[in-house]
Design a protein around this ligand. Sequence first.
Ligand code: NDP
Length: 255
Amino acid sequence: MATNLTGTVALITGASSGIGAATARRLAERGASVALVARRKARLEELAAEIEKAGGTALVVEADITDRTQAEAAVRQTVERFGRLDILVNNAGLMLLGPVVGADVEEWERMLAINVQGLLYTTRAALPHLLEAAEDGPRRVADIVNISSIAGRVAWNGYGVYNLTKFGVNGFTESLRQEVTQRHVRVSVLEPGGVDTELGSHNDHKPEVREAIGTFYEQTEVLVPDDIADGVAYIVTRPRRASIAELWVMPTDQA
Ligand code: NDP
């Protein structure tokens, strides 16, 4: 039987749009107090107002988590405000596509900074609180959900460094799962296929990539952010004994 999230606290990175925003709404509906972390403060404030209007509790945390100090401060602010941390959703990410030959190295650095380093900094800062929650929190279990991608399972031409970051997230997730699962911090990886969000739009300055993404989205009935939020909610509402180590969610239409 699924448990609800009343009395728990969840921190969601990348909550200002797409999958992160949908996940924050969903976890708040299930009773979690949610810390909304991203750089675009106005978006977070809008979402927080919406959550509060629906009877939930939300905290806006403006942070660029590629900066270790800001990632640590985001976790600290959450614990100062709510007194605990039960759930971390590492969702913030960036997908910049294109060939390796002649690539813009700055694009690689931005992807590595958010998809890998941001996730690591936030996870490290959150772990002591999650371990504490697993010991004496309302559910005696805590959760980390890492939003990876189908690109963490399968490599494609033109996805090189995005593939690198998401394969990395998968490997790190499984290693950390083995490290802390017996202390009742569940560590999960969720791998979406195509979801209708702003993710692809960061490639708009590259006509070939823009066209390829556009064609895929035109020809495929892709997922919506709520489909992934449902997956996160499923993972974090399992009974204490059950850990969903991996969840791969694809559009039915995507082979
Ligand atoms: P969006 O572009 O809508 O969301 C990305 C989020 O990441 C934004 O909220 C953005 O907030 C945040 N973010 C980016 N950089 C930073 C930073 N430096 N510090 C803090 N937050 C940051 O895309 P999605 O919702 O699609 O992406 C969410 C996750 O899902 C990503 O990890 C992505 O790789 C993954 N994914 C998405 C798929 C898809 O098809 N859409 C498929 C598979 C995986 P802000 O700009 O305000 O800082």
